[in-house]
Design a binder for this molecule. Structure first.
Ligand SMILES: [Mg+2]
Length: 280
């Protein structure tokens, strides 16, 4: 049985692998190891907003005995946004537009449930990137949608979160990613989930659009057979490298376990004290 630690370390390592290559086009680089510098000029092992928001979510759930508390969760995102809490080196160096807009709404006094943007263009991967801890608590699909909606309230973002958490829950029970994808009943616009394993890299986009990110991450997971290959394949898709690799790495952590994450990468990972403090 997998635990939150498997998922969070898998996620953070994927994030850190992708950070130096964010926004770079496919085949304009080759990631083979955890390195520094690059897009954000960070030292190796530095993880980004994805892991920060994931940890803030974990911390909120931990404080409330695995119960969802939207005000507290949003308050912790605000501490990250305004005070750089939950960061690798006490600096916040990245944030998505929709997440920033939702947090500005919250700072104006809007209730969290009304902060998320609802338009079709607000479907970046910003809620998908923080939703994985919900696979480790008792919750239903409406709970997952509500947690998405405090930043991303359009139905596509909410359904992507539901799909990702449901897949993670099945992986925790020991099912294979291939059987989960092939046995699922997928409705448009998620109809490609059932045939991801047959798609080639040319068919996979890795942009920050939530469906592209979900497909790219799951494709990386279902076409590899170990943690390392999965996350490197995800990074090498290019574009939103850190988020795609983080989301792929989160489920690969569940699939293969913490022990299968290369220890040299875990050793390099920044601020493991904070990561461990947020685990439950
Ligand atoms: Mg990021």
């Amino acid at each position: 049985m997998r635990i939150l630690k498997d998922a969070v370390y898998g996620f953070a390592v994927g994030d850190a692998l992708g950070v130096p290559f964010e926004f770079q086009r496919r085949e304009s680089f080759k990631c083979t190891d955890m390195v520094g510098d690059g897009t954000w000029n960070q030292v190796e092992g530095t993880w980004s907003d994805d892991t920060s928001m994931l940890l803030a979510t974990c911390d909120s759930l931990k404080e409330h005995n695995a119960a969802i508390h939207l005000y507290d969760m949003m308050g912790k995102f605000e501490q990250w946004y305004t005070k750089s809490k939950y960061t690798a080196h006490n600096v916040r160096f990245d944030i998505g537009n929709t997440t920033a807009a939702a947090l500005e709404q919250y700072l104006l006094g809007t209730a969290p449930v009304n902060c998320g943007l609802t338009d079709i263009f607000s479907n970046g991967n910003g809620s998908l990137m923080r939703i994985l801890p919900l696979a480790f608590i008792p919750c239903n699909e409406d709970d997952i949608r509500e947690v998405s909606s405090i930043t991303h309230a359009h139905c596509l973002s909410k359904e992507a979160c539901v799909i990702y958490v449901n897949i993670a829950k099945q992986l925790i029970q020991g099912e294979s990613i291939q059987s989960i994808l092939s046995n699922g009943s997928w409705k448009e616009p998620f109809e490609r989930m059932g045939k991801l394993v047959q798609l080639s890299e040319l068919d996979i986009k890795s942009s920050g659009y939530v469906i592209d990110t979900l497909e790219a991450a799951l494709w990386s997971a279902c076409t590899t057979d170990n943690y390392k290959d999965c996350v490197l394949k995800a990074v090498n898709l290019g574009e939103d490298t850190d988020t795609v690799a983080a989301i792929a790495g989160g489920i690969a952590g569940i699939m293969y376990g913490f022990e299968q994450i290369p220890s040299v990468w875990v050793d390099k990972l920044a601020n493991k004290t904070l990561i461990d403090d947020c685990l439950f």
